[in-house]
Design a protein around this ligand. Structure first.
Ligand SMILES: [Zn+2]
Length: 357
């Protein structure tokens, strides 16, 4: 077996990506060594790359990853979240975090907020703690990482997006409480918004209304199942007030979009905020309306193990039914990593893919 791997180190002070080669790590208890096949660049990778978001420094970016098991702890049987034993050569996806359930204060509903979390693609790189990000030839998966074995026919670019964008969308849908026969409004048609549209369609929504500032994204949303699409630059409140809306999901992070969503929610409405993961102005909330309409406002950051399972099942079942393959707008080879970031920052595609061999 090969014993040397490589990764690109991101240094936020210099804004550089530089290649390093290191011996592959030893596999410990309940750990797996995975050869990375594909990594897609998530919005948060781009924010870190551009300096909008602060990560541990230096680090290995990339957390939307799919790979193949090449070595695993032989003393302990490792099961995936559906209960199947994991073997060498299995293609797998995994949660962006490993969360130890024995930690004091552990909440199974929110394992992603546990203390002492091991989070892939977000960690400080040191001599002893490396191979933990997606822009690498290999990754070492720790105990308590949620894993799912994937069918080999699932295309790699789609499989890569399961463990961030798709799983977070599944979390947003869970927080909506119910989707069936409901009128849904989703703002922000990036990867998460488009996925949420398709999920709402599959989960029996009566009507799905979407907004974005980009007309091409609105067209794309219709291919994912949206019934009505509005440009959020237009005044959409008056056209939507009389519907009314049962569920509102904000994937845009725009204060104006969140204020609009709260305004048009009907009685017993639920709002789920997902997109606003960066510093911005405070939004205005009309408390009287929240009270009289019995509204609930919930926030979601990342996802839990159930959401990851829902996302994996959803993609295995539906990847051909909706144009998920079109969302990875351009692919680059591993050695073109800087071109890939430059392309993604300049052109703002839904996703940019990196093939890793
Ligand atoms: Zn992400």
């Amino acid at each position: 077996m090969e014993s040397i791997g490589r990764y690109f180190v991101f240094n936020s002070e210099q804004g550089t990506l530089s290649e390093e080669k290191r011996s592959l790590p030893e596999v410990g208890d309940f750990e797996l060594l995975v050869k990375i096949d594909y990594c897609s660049l998530c919005g948060s990778d781009l924010h870190t790359y551009c300096g909008i978001r602060k990560e541990a420094n230096p680090t290995i970016l990339g957390h939307e990853i799919v790979g193949t098991v090449i070595e695993l702890d032989k003393k302990n049987e490792i099961l995936d979240l559906s209960g199947s034993p994991i073997h060498i050569n299995d293609r797998i996806t995994w949660t962006v975090f490993a969360s130890n359930p024995k930690t004091e204060g552990y909440n199974p509903e929110t394992p992603q907020k546990n203390s002492g979390l091991y989070k892939y693609g977000h960690r400080q790189l040191t001599e002893d703690d490396n191979f933990h990000g997606g822009l690498a030839s290999h990754i070492l998966l720790k105990k308590d990482t949620g894993i799912r074995i994937l069918p080999k026919e699932l295309p790699l670019p789609i499989a890569a997006t399961i463990n961030c964008a798709i799983a977070t969308s599944a979390g947003a849908i869970r927080l909506c409480s119910s989707i069936n026969a409901k009128v849904i409004f989703i703002s922000g048609m990036g990867m998460l918004g488009l996925t949420a549209v398709a999920m709402c369609k599959e989960f029996g929504a009566e009507k799905i209304i979407v907004s974005d500032t980009d007309y091409s994204r609105l067209e794309l949303a219709k291919e994912f199942g949206a019934d009505l699409a509005f440009n959020s630059k237009d005044n959409i409140v008056s056209s939507l007030l009389n519907l009314p809306i049962d569920r509102f999901i904000d994937m845009s992070g725009s204060p104006e979009a969140m204020e609009t969503g709260l305004q048009i929610l009907g009685v017993n409405g639920v709002a789920v905020f997902v997109g606003a993961v960066f510093k911005q102005r405070a939004i205005e909330i009309d408390a009287e309306q929240v009270i009289r309409k019995l509204l609930q406002i919930k926030g979601l950051h990342n996802y839990n193990y159930d959401d990851f399972n829902t996302a994996t099942d959803f993609i295995i079942e539906n990847y051909n039914k909706y144009p998920f393959a079109h969302l990875i707008e351009k692919e680059f080879d591993f050695d073109q990593i800087e071109e890939a970031f430059e392309f993604a920052v300049k052109n703002k595609p839904v996703r940019t893919g990196i093939k890793i061999d």
